[in-house]
Write a protein that binds this ligand. Structure first.
Ligand SMILES: *Cc1c(COP(=O)(O)O)cnc(C)c1O
Length: 377
């Protein structure tokens, strides 16, 4: 069953990606290989599998699966931040300029401030979404983009920023965690490097931490691989196997999560006690058309809305029966939090970041409606 991957829809590719051909009596998805050292007699080059910090067949299978979806070679990591570090730390040095957007995962600017700035890398903040990023490209070495962002749920025009970055001789790195390769193929849009936290939608069960790097040009992966081997930021075989197992349901999970998110966004928009409903799938979203084109008509499982006060937001979270109060997103269980509790972003005290799970849409709407009503107090 060799996969003629180009012929199949993404929903089919996630089911089959990275699986070995049919071998009589063998499992469809081989189990995890737990190994520190492997048998390695004589010439060490005779197998890629010599020691478990350098290579593992369970990573290899997962990496080939994700590579099929991203359409570029992939390396997996112990976490999303381990992947971010492997992209930024070994390749930027004194005199280089890294452009950071006005909104992205907070760990990225923190890493840049703590590790890159002291090493002489100039950090340049780009305000104002796509236009701001394009304007900041001149003289840059690398440009960082996240789209969709969270909790702001803004959409950046990846192809436009890629053109500006490349005209300036800069590399474009896209954090595609929210979208996953099923909703957005950043390499095809012009990115040189994609990083993704596998701890969110990609694996989707809120039970593991993982990350990966995908690149357009295989040579770019050399420095990333060398970094992974030397610092040892490697995924555990069991996590890699769970991720591969979870990948098969990515499309069906996303389908339900995107549909639930849109249903909830519409429900919230229709209420007079909720403001600032943010969801790229709403036609009223300022970049709805861009999102539709860039994300293949699905808009993700994350939305945001404002309940006005800290008291009401907390009362809402307490009153939800089906929604876990937690700080991640992308899992099959609906999750939400009052985002201002972290003090990291310019959001209102009553702003809720909501990650739609795969529950029945009627049950979810009833639960949210009841919690909104109860929280009015
Ligand atoms: C969670 C997240 C990360 C970091 O991933 P970890 O797996 O938690 O290290 C990076 N970028 C985005 C957008 C994220 O949501």
């Amino acid at each position: 069953m060799p996969m003629r991957s180009g012929r199949h829809a993404p929903a089919t590719r996630v089911v089959h990606a990275g699986l070995p051909g049919p071998e009589q009596g063998a499992p469809i998805l081989p189990g995890p290989t737990f190994a520190g050292p492997y048998h390695l007699r004589g010439e060490p080059d005779s197998t890629p599998y010599g020691y478990g910090r350098y290579a593992n067949p369970t990573w290899t299978a997962l990496e080939s699966a994700i590579a099929e979806l991203e359409d570029g070679p992939v390396l997996t990591f112990a976490s999303g931040m381990a992947a971010v570090s492997a992209v930024l730390l070994p390749s930027l040095g004194r005199g280089d300029v890294l452009v950071l957007p006005d909104e992205c995962y907070g760990g990225v600017p923190a890493l840049a401030r703590e590790r890159l700035a002291p090493a002489g890398v100039q950090l340049r903040s780009a305000g104002g979404g796509t236009d701001g990023l394009m304007a900041a490209c001149a003289g840059a070495t690398a440009v960082w983009v996240e789209s969709p962002t969270n909790p702001g749920l803004d959409i950046v025009d990846i192809a436009a920023v890629a053109t500006a970055a490349h005209a300036a001789g800069a590399e474009l790195i896209v954090d595609g965690t929210l979208a996953t390769p099923l909703l957005q193929q950043a390499l095809a849009l012009g990115a040189d490097v994609v990083v993704c936290s596998g701890s969110k939608h990609l694996t989707g069960h809120s039970d593991l931490i993982l990350g990966y790097v995908a690149v357009r040009d295989a040579a770019r992966l050399d420095a990333v691989r060398a970094w992974r081997s030397s610092v040892g930021a490697v995924p555990g075989p069991f996590e890699a196997w769970l991720a591969h197992r979870s990948l098969a349901t990515l499309d069906v999970r996303l389908d339900r999560q995107c549909a639930n998110a849109l249903t909830l966004a519409e429900l919230l928009t229709g209420r007079d006690d909720v403001t600032d409903v943010r969801y790229p799938g709403l036609p009223s979203h300022p970049r709805h058309d861009l999102a539709a084109a860039q994300m293949h008509g699905r808009f993700g499982g994350m939305l945001g809305f404002d309940l006005g006060t800290e008291r009401r937001a907390q009362a809402f979270l307490d009153a939800c029966e089906l929604v876990a109060e937690a700080t991640s997103f992308g899992g099959v269980h609906s999750m939400a939090e009052r985002r201002a509790r972290w003090g990291l972003e310019a959001v209102g005290e009553g702003f809720i970041r909501f990650s739609a799970g795969v529950e029945d849409p009627g049950d979810l709407c009833a639960d949210i409606t009841a919690a909104l009503d109860a929280s009015r107090g």
